[in-house]
Design a protein around this ligand. Structure first.
Ligand code: DGL
Length: 221
């Protein structure tokens, strides 16, 4: 089997790494649209256009399944990507996997915090899907973190400016009861320990692991 993995850039390597561990015998075709990164600050129309051209290219590589690792593309353009790939190729969205991991670990009296790009957060896709499953009254907070992708791309991991930025994004949540936080961006697993540092007591999940678990359920090994 040949599994395609699509991300807007190198961030999806966190998902690819997880999938390779779980499916060591399969072939992978990774497409990172670095020429057009970042997706997270673009308009929905621009993101759809880029995601469809990426899907058309990946489809020409004859993959048997496609994993859309990019949260932004999954939130904005999953229907268009599925159409471009055709009915015979299953398409897995990282959003579905992330929602599932949040639901499995949900604590009823505590909030759910979704951390993502501006486009992901403004689509409200995570909140919509979580509340559909857990009820409209479920507290889902969505925090956009637009400065993080460029810093991670610059390999500023461990840099004091990145630490300060994560702290600024998270400081108001430190006063809330500790709940479940989802790193809803492929880049964020690189700095998972920084998120954990500023969300003491919270369970922090990453979408790479969630995607690996979802694919294992679909293709048991
Ligand atoms: N890959 C994107 C995501 O997971 C983050 C990078 C971008 O803004 O393109 O949302």
């Amino acid at each position: 089997m040949k599994i395609g993995v699509f991300d807007s850039g190198i961030g999806g390597m966190t998902v690819l790494k997880e999938l390779k561990l779980r499916f060591p015998k399969e072939d992978f075709f990774y497409f990172g649209d670095n020429a057009n990164l970042p997706y997270g600050t673009k308009s929905p129309d621009q993101i759809k256009h880029l995601a469809v051209s990426a899907a058309n290219y990946i489809s020409s590589q004859k993959v048997d399944a496609l994993v859309v690792a990019c949260n932004t593309a999954s939130c904005i353009a999953i229907d268009e990507i599925r159409k471009a790939m055709g009915k015979k190729t299953p398409v897995f969205s990282v959003v579905d996997a992330g929602v599932e991991s949040v639901i499995q670990n949900f604590i009823s009296s505590a909030p759910i915090l979704i951390l993502g790009t501006r486009a992901t957060v403004r689509s409200h896709m995570y909140a919509k899907l979580i509340q559909e499953k857990l009820g409209a009254g479920t507290q889902v907070i969505e925090q956009e973190c637009p400065l993080l992708v460029p810093m991670i791309e610059e390999a500023w991991i461990g840099h004091s400016i990145l630490e300060q930025t994560v702290f600024e994004y998270l400081k108001s949540y430190q006063k809330l009861p500790a709940g479940v936080a989802l790193l809803a961006c492929t880049h964020y697993p690189w700095i998972k320990s920084t998120f954990e540092k500023y969300l003491p007591g919270w369970m922090v999940f990453d979408s790479a692991i969630a995607m690996g678990e979802a694919l294992t359920l679909h293709f048991p090994v």
